[in-house]
Design a protein around this ligand. Structure first.
Ligand code: ADP
Length: 651
């Protein structure tokens, strides 16, 4: 503009007014004007001082080079050459600010009236330079991110539907400008695995509506290239002009990490499946062994009632002892598998803890005394009733007191029971062999024994403490011990057991309990039939038997039994089906109380039996005590409970 103006003026003689206007313009414009003679500054306008900070006395008479950056010599030299050749020149270079910093200026120079004089107009372009520099830095940074970490930056503009990528995404084929390319939303969609597209669009839509940041992992696919796994993170940027959201994001190639993670997860799943299969196998095997084992034990119990020689009786006692040990071991394995698989369910109820401890101690005392040991049970006087699973509490006590007796050669065992802050604390202290420091670490792990030789010396499976710990944890508690080799051990357990109101104990009459009652026993296993029959007969009942559900149904339809004991798994017709059909018989035949006899006594299974119309359920192996309590509960109308034989077994 300035040049054009001066040219126009140059075409005729300037008037007074022209000169006045030019002078006014020179003084008041924001453009910086300089007049040089050779390289000396002879005139400046106020805009120069405003821009560079130098006053007139500081500027006029000095060489222009004094104000230029030493590194810009080449561009200044070019100006001199262009001026000589064309009479004008344009260049960008740095100008010293009086404050010490450098400004970028665009200079236009024109030869003046004499060959030595030059008019220079300067424009401040510092802001543009800084912006270009910043964008260059950003570009370098993204290049670095891309090369070093596989990270790409991009921007999405919803108005144009265009996706601006700072650089090619991996495996892409159509590069745009240098280090960037433009991709339509459709193209972008086509490169996302079809199963990930919906999630991606939902996340995009959320940010476009609210600006909320999102992170998403997806599969990126381009024909002919291997699939990449990308992780994209983005946030909204509100546009100043339209107020709409744009998206600024980064995308990282995480293929390697994602594949490693998938492989690890797969491995974990496989390991878990293998562990579950092992646990299940162990449980199944033990269960299969337990069934005939119960037969053996049941028959031995019945044999006790027969006439035997003294020798025969001694042998029988031995057989019963060994059988009980084996049964205990099987129960341990099954329990442990159940706990491992998370299948063990608790059934808390009001329990008089001191009485329960007394009964466990009474059962173990003969064993202790036969080895010359004393066994004392001390329950705090204020103990009273607490809410706890009695079967599992008894099991914990059996394990700990049993161990204490087993690992004590002289002296004895004291068991203390107390209650504080809704927790029951058990302490079992013995004067036994103790546990060496080296052996203490893994003591609560399964199959762990302090000393391999103890297996031979004391027997045992190394499962007891592992089960005790799992049970305690399940019951909201913990276990621990202190011990010294040679001077005894103290094991303790704390369980969540809030106080509750007591329950009146009904004294069930046992003798002649079933006098004159007619009972049907249904079981496909002959030994089980024999055992149940003999136990019930001993209680005074008249017993008939059936071998499967169909036989049971036929019998029940003819004879009005007072009570039916029904196995669950049987050939021809199972116990559940038989129960349903019996319930469909006309009254009173259809109303006969039915008790399930089963080794499958998990809570949900018992629920299914009750749902089929059974009134109660007893767990195999049967014992006279269990049969009696089942019948007593039926008589009391408490029918919805499982009568479990675990405690009785352990004895
Ligand atoms: P088991 O008694 O069947 O071998 P446990 O899990 O109950 O298995 O116990 C593991 C090991 O801990 C035992 O073999 C024994 O070495 C040690 N142990 C447990 N209780 C005591 C105790 N009261 N005194 C000494 N050692 C004990």
């Amino acid at each position: 503009m300035a040049e054009k103006t001066s040219d126009t003026i140059g075409s005729r003689a300037p008037s007074e007014l022209d000169i006045e206007a030019a002078r006014w313009f020179f003084q008041n414009t924001d453009d910086v004007f300089l007049v040089l003679e050779g390289s000396l500054i002879t005139r400046i306008n106020p805009a120069w001082t405003a821009l560079a900070g130098w006053s007139e006395p500081e500027s006029v008479g000095r060489a222009i080079e004094d104000f230029l950056h030493p590194d810009d010599g080449q561009s200044v030299q070019q100006v001199v050459e262009d001026l000589a050749k064309d009479g004008q020149a344009v260049a960008e270079h740095r100008l010293a600010h009086r404050g010490g910093s450098w400004l970028w200026v665009k200079a236009r120079a024109k030869r003046g009236a004499t060959i030595q004089s030059t008019i220079v107009v300067l424009k401040d372009v510092t802001a543009e330079h800084e912006e270009a520099e910043a964008s260059e830095t950003a570009h370098r940074t993204s290049e670095l991110l891309r090369n070093a970490a596989g990270i790409f930056t991009w921007k999405f503009n919803p108005d144009t539907g265009i996706y601006l990528v700072d650089a090619d995404l991996p495996a892409q084929t159509t590069p745009g400008g240098p280090g960037s390319r433009v991709l339509s939303a459709d193209q972008m969609g086509a490169e996302i695995h079809k199963d990930d597209r919906a999630d991606m669009w939902t996340a995009f839509a959320t940010t476009l509506a609210t600006g909320e940041p999102q992170t998403i992992e997806y599969r990126h696919q381009v024909e002919g290239k291997p699939m990449a796994r990308l992780r994209a993170a983005w946030r909204g940027l509100r546009r100043l002009d339209s107020g709409k959201w744009e998206i600024l994001g980064i995308t990282q190639d995480v293929t390697e990490a994602a594949e490693a993670r998938d492989a690890a997860r797969e491995g974990e799943r496989a390991a878990q499946a293998a562990a579950e299969a092992k646990s299940q196998f162990l449980a199944n095997m033990s269960h299969e062994i337990r069934t005939p084992m119960n037969g053996v034990l049941g028959v031995l119990h019945l044999l006790k009632g027969e006439k035997l020689s003294d020798d025969g009786r001694r042998l029988l006692e031995e057989a019963v002892g060994c059988g009980q040990m084996l049964a205990e071991l099987l129960n341990d394995v099954i329990d442990f598998s159940k706990v491992e698989a998370g299948h063990l369910e608790l059934h808390p109820e009001p329990v008089e803890a001191g009485v329960l401890l007394g009964s466990v101690a009474d059962l173990l005392r003969p064993q202790a005394e036969s080895r010359g040991l004393w066994l004392r049970a001390v329950a705090a006087p204020d103990l009273g009733w607490v809410d706890v699973d009695p079967v599992r509490l008894r099991q914990i006590l059996f394990n700990l007191i049993g161990n204490a007796v087993k690992f004590t050669l002289e002296g004895g065992v004291e068991v203390r029971l107390s209650h504080k802050n809704a927790r029951l604390r058990i302490e079992v202290q013995d004067t036994g062999v103790g546990i060496s420091e080296a052996a203490q670490a893994g003591l609560f792990q399964r199959f762990h024994q302090a000393d391999g030789s103890t297996t031979r010396r004391f027997g045992g499976s190394g499962l007891g403490l592992a089960i005790t710990r799992r049970l305690a944890e399940l019951m909201g508690g913990e276990v621990g011990f202190s011990s010294q080799a040679g001077s005894g051990s103290t094991f303790w357990v704390e369980l969540a057991a809030p106080r509750v109101a007591g329950r009146a104990v009904s004294e069930a009459p046992t003798e002649g309990l079933l006098d004159g009652l007619s009972v049907l026993v249904v079981d496909d296993n002959a030994t089980n039939r024999l055992i149940a029959t003999r136990m019930l007969e001993n209680l005074g009942a008249q017993v008939q038997t059936a071998e499967d559900g169909a036989e049971a149904l036929a019998a029940a339809a003819q004879v009005g039994f007072d009570l039916i004991f029904m196995d669950i798994q049987m050939p021809v017709m199972d116990g559940i089906e038989a129960t349903r059909l019996i319930r469909a018989l006309p009254a009173p035949l259809g109303d006969t109380p039915i008790v399930a006899m089963t080794a499958n006594a998990l809570a949900h299974q018992v629920k299914a039996y009750l749902a089929a119309g059974m009134n109660a359920s007893v767990a195999k192996p049967l014992s006279p005590t269990m049969l009696i309590s089942a019948i007593a509960k039926l008589a009391n109308g408490t029918t919805d409970e499982m009568i479990d034989g675990a405690g009785a077994n352990a004895a």
